[in-house]
Design a protein around this ligand. Structure first.
Ligand SMILES: [Zn+2]
Length: 426
């Protein structure tokens, strides 16, 4: 085990020097290798979340001259399984020259189309909206991740101050803004105003870190996330109380599963009022700690923070008003208790849509909850297929980790509803 492997407690150090040496100076191969290592540790980023890039010189097929090209993860996919076909390759100078035609934030969506004019490799994956976030920064290798531990700080009320103190000013801060061209310019501005920083925290969203080589970027990322995670754990150990302490006990494991199995078809019926849904259930310890806590009623309605999280989980979960030991055989009485909850949730969702919609917003989508929390028992998630339902559960668990961390060091803040809407109905 190398020295670096021993240093990390909260993230996995997976870099294998012998393996990396086989890529020699191939920066794109090293980018893919690093991305796969980062994506293999869910503490570093959620499934499908984040993106990575490298910039290197390559021969321009149009002129035969060396030109700077950026390879960046394209739209869709997961960095854990990223291959070359998942990358977009763009001319760096062309991408940066888009500044000259940028008409301001209200027109930033029109820039996405223009990224296609900057493509170097015609076999590129479509560039994602995060492309300018990498393009305007000068670094050779960049990681943009959604680590729960970093988002906990990014979503804490005093996140900016905590970041400043924890990293002695070496990590910059950019307030929440929807990813896009403008956020790319803001990242560059943050770097210009704070030369020498090793990364930037994106309010309510995630982390940017970088390095001159693939390895330096990898180590920088691990060190920053490790420091965020150990800061949170130190605070939790100091306060000895999480989510305001336990309000109710869980049922014993066997009873939880029995109760969940009995209730699942009823919940599925309610959730399928518009489209037939498939369910998933988990009674993971992290979920139970949250749903059995005193703070559940305060935190659950706030909703999630990182855009990736709420895109999969809807703005907030539905908390059931059933006792853990409720008799599941009395279906009629259970339905009578649950029906008003679902009616109220759909009304809340329609109200959110009506308040936040723009003249060109797509029509309202299914108003049923995706995440359903049953205190003492566990969490149900419903989606169109099993994989989507399982990922929704995974993402809400990420959101729970974020709330747990933010509450341990400060207080948790969610995204303003209008910002959430602008992402959900982009
Ligand atoms: Zn992101």
């Amino acid at each position: 085990m190398s020295l670096s492997a021993i240093q990390f407690k909260h993230v996995s150090y997976l870099w294998d020097e012998a393996k990396a040496a086989t890529f020699s100076e191939d920066e794109v191969a090293l980018l893919i290798y690093r991305s796969n290592l980062l994506g293999a540790d869910l503490r570093l980023t959620n499934y499908g979340g984040g993106n990575t890039s490298c910039k290197a010189m390559a021969k321009d097929p149009l002129t035969g001259e060396e030109t700077e090209v950026m390879w960046v993860k394209g739209s869709g996919g997961d960095i854990g399984t990223l291959k070359k076909s998942g990358l977009a390759a763009l001319y760096v100078d062309r991408l940066r020259s888009l500044k000259n035609v940028y008409r301001g934030i209200e027109y930033e969506d029109e820039m996405v189309e223009l990224f296609n004019h900057c493509i170097y490799d015609l076999a590129s994956k479509a560039p994602s909206i995060d492309t300018p976030l990498h393009g305007f920064l000068p670094f050779k290798h960049i990681d943009h991740l959604h680590p729960d531990a970093a988002i906990a700080i990014a979503a804490a009320k005093d996140g900016k101050k905590i970041t400043e103190e924890l990293f002695g000013g070496t990590i910059g801060w950019v307030e929440w803004q929807k990813p896009g061209f403008d956020l790319g310019l803001q990242l560059k501005q943050c770097l210009d105003e704070n030369p020498g920083i090793r990364g930037i925290m994106l309010g309510s969203h995630g982390l940017f870190t970088w390095g001159d080589t693939a390895y330096e970027s990898y180590i920088n990322t691990l060190e920053v996330v490790e420091r965020c995670a150990s800061y949170i754990e130190d605070n939790i150990n100091k306060n000895k109380i999480v989510f305001g302490g336990e309000k109710i006990d869980s049922l014993p494991k066997e009873d939880r599963l029995k109760q969940a199995a009995a209730l699942a078809p009823v919940l599925r019926g309610f959730c399928s009022s518009q489209t037939k849904m498939i369910g998933h259930f988990t009674d993971d310890d992290r979920v139970l700690q949250f749903i059995n806590s005193n703070d559940l009623d305060r935190l659950a309605p706030l909703g999630t923070s990182c855009p990736d999280h709420f895109l999969r989980t809807k703005i907030s979960p539905l908390v059931l008003n059933l006792k853990p030991g409720e008799n599941p055989d009395d279906v009629k009485s259970i339905k009578e208790k649950l029906s008003p909850l679902f009616v109220a949730y759909r009304k809340m969702y329609a109200g959110y849509y009506d308040t936040c919609k723009h003249s060109n917003s797509p029509a309202m989508r299914d108003a049923n909850p995706v995440v359903i929390l049953y205190p003492g028992v566990g969490m149900f998630t419903f989606a169109k297929d099993k994989q989507t339902a399982r990922v929704a559960a995974e993402f809400y668990t990420n959101a729970i980790n974020v709330m747990r961390g933010a509450e341990a060091i400060s207080s948790y803040t969610s995204l303003p509803r209008q910002e959430a809407f602008n992402i959900e109905y982009w």
